[in-house]
Ligand binder design. Sequence first.
Ligand SMILES: Cc1ncc(C[n+]2csc(CCOP(=O)(O)OP(=O)(O)O)c2C)c(N)n1
Ligand SMILES: [Mg+2]
Length: 792
Amino acid sequence: MGGGHDADQRIAVIEALTKKALWLSNWMIHHANHIRPNVDGVKVGGHQASSASMAAIMAALYFGVLRPEDRVAVKPHASPVFHAIQYLFGKQSLEKIENFRAFGGAQSYPSRTKDTDDVDISTGSVGLGVAFTAFASLIQDYVRAKPWARKDVAEGRMVALVGDAELDEGNVYECLLEGWKHGLRNTWWIIDYNRQSLDGVVREGLYDRIEAIFRAFDWNVVTLKYGALQRAAFAEPGGEKLKSWIDAAPNAIYSALMFRGGAAWRERLLDEIGDQGNVTALINRRSDAQLAELMANLGGHCTQSLLEQFEAAGSDKPTVFIAYTVKGWATPLAGHKDNHAGQMTGTQIDILRKSMNVREGHEWDKFEGMADAAGIERFLATVPFNTSKTRRLSSPAVPTIGPQFVGTGATSTQTAFGKILDAIAKTDSELARRIITTSPDVTVSTNLGTWVNRRNLYANREMVDVFQKESIPSAQKWRFTPEGQHFELGIAEMNLFLALGAAGLSHSLFGERLLPIGTLYDPFISRGADALNYACYQDARFLLVATPSGVSLAGEGGAHQSIASPLIGMAQDGLASFEPAFADELSVIMDWAFDYMQREGDARPDLADWPRDVTGGSVYLRLSTRGIEQPPRTVDKPLADDIIRGAYWLKAPDPSCEVVIAYQGVLASEAIAAAAAIGGDRRNVAILAVTSADRLNAGWHAAQRARMHGDSDARSHIETLLADIPYRAGLVTAIDAHPATLGWLGSVLGHRTITLGVEHFGQTGTVNDLYAHFGIDANAIETAARSLSSGR
Ligand SMILES: Cc1ncc(C[n+]2csc(CCOP(=O)(O)OP(=O)(O)O)c2C)c(N)n1
Ligand SMILES: [Mg+2]
């Protein structure tokens, strides 16, 4: 940035806006905690010190450096500064910030879905927003490498504003490694290096570790240690002694002196480096307040240094800025080790208010106390980031192409998945073009291989398959090209969900629709569960295909056999889960999923609805490697509808029904065999095929809510299905997973129920061994059914 009057004036304006954002964020928290009536006595909370730490960095970015195409993940506990900046831009209402952390108000942590101002990337669970920016950048490159990418969207920079303690999260390093493999570009991480976490002050020497790590991954490292005031002081006679003292000062001492203020600084500095000559003079030329200001003038609080460094970082190489800061900067909380959740007292906020020239009763006024309000208002209108253009993009829905059926004969849902995807890969359809597959090093073992052979792997430059070139026979072609549609990932499941999250928001972030499909082994959903939740919380849209699952995996043993995953699927908002038994069900569900993933209606306030059917969401398929006999049938519309609703009668009940066997997934074979055995002694048995306990359960809850709100006609699918089952009949539920997944079926209409499933770690063995061991085979189902009915 050039020098001169204009540049100085720009710095002065951004400094004034920094102070304003600092004030508003502190006031927002104070107001929420101490002024707004507290009806339940529960602490409201908010992070004044963490916000203050980032105020200058964020002001330099938002008011100076960011462009509309950039996308930002803000450190969760700097949410108040973000909302304050949006308020100054005119993109956040007074009502929302007055209601910070209240029902319907500005959110505690920036939220894409719940906030109404311009949040690009939600944050909250530390570390995830940081890594998300890397995957967003990789997805931006993926989209821009495609011939169909729109040309009117500029390439943006993905920016994470990072708390230094966020770097303790392992997923940060997982994404660094993955980013390096894929040639990560256009990514900035700005570390708020205040050397404090929640509990205290961090270990000495952390800086060197952080720097070495980023250099190892080929990032640019820019350190903002000293502000302009400090650099000027270092140039004074004796200045280099002051600099050495600062460099050697332990984090805890610096923080403690920061908290104690100018007089304490003077005493300590004179004690340790006072020489009765140059340094003493340097220190004594300054008042207590000036000395405190000098010592607080670290790089991360110096607008001039921030602008200089941000603007000098021109290349697309990923860059980390390590910005030295003080937690609680410019407030009475500065530097105190307990300041994370600490808040200013009424007296302290009053002192801050006066120092900001804000009159009582004018706390929320945007330009209160600012020297040149009109000039600042004019400046805000010219800020590049603050354009009227919507920064949230959209992309039309891609038409679905109908279920792709895959023949009959015994097969597993995992095999069928590969065939359905292969059938889609063969089509010249927009749908096929928009699919992006990804998998954490289990591409072949989850049956994505044929898809990859047809659609290739993605890389930003062409790479031949060496094995093919050397004429070594292999079923897999492993060719990388910019047009490729498979995004190869290393084993880290966190990265899978972060990648799905970024790809699943491509329409909104980059204006181009992607239909992401991620595959992994079902038990390892737990490894990435927080990132899965995060992706859903951001309303990213993807198809998660988890296979193999359950003890049906037999020989692989207990470390690979999933038990809880259907319950995760049921409980995870934004994720509709299915566990089909048959290939034709799977093809119907996948076709529906591609549509569901692209829905974006407003949820109607009508409580009878399962609102997700309008708003859409992501989909989870729990599949199996165990092949089972397929029913000879064609799926008509009513059956297809029921598959999507979550259940249908595989064997319909008649009025004398005594037992219903309800199964989900691969235990279909056991349910059918048990029913045949029981039917032999003329007990009247029906079989309920459950394809989605999740949707069935959600529909039931929606109907209950609707009836409580006066809609007495509301009936859910499961209530309709069970309506004709006599009250004295019993229910046996069976699933290769935790039995609670289906156990609730008995409470729908009050039928006696025995729930079969897996409650303990799996084992090695044959399928028959394991089904018998866990009591989920045909025998066990039959025994349970007999115990519920007397027979004839
Ligand atoms: C995954 C996760 N674990 C724990 C927390 C609770 N938490 C919120 S902020 C914080 C410490 C943050 O320290 P730092 O990142 O250095 O930010 P600072 O407040 O110093 O700016 C913790 C532990 C969280 N939000 N997410
Ligand atoms: Mg910190």
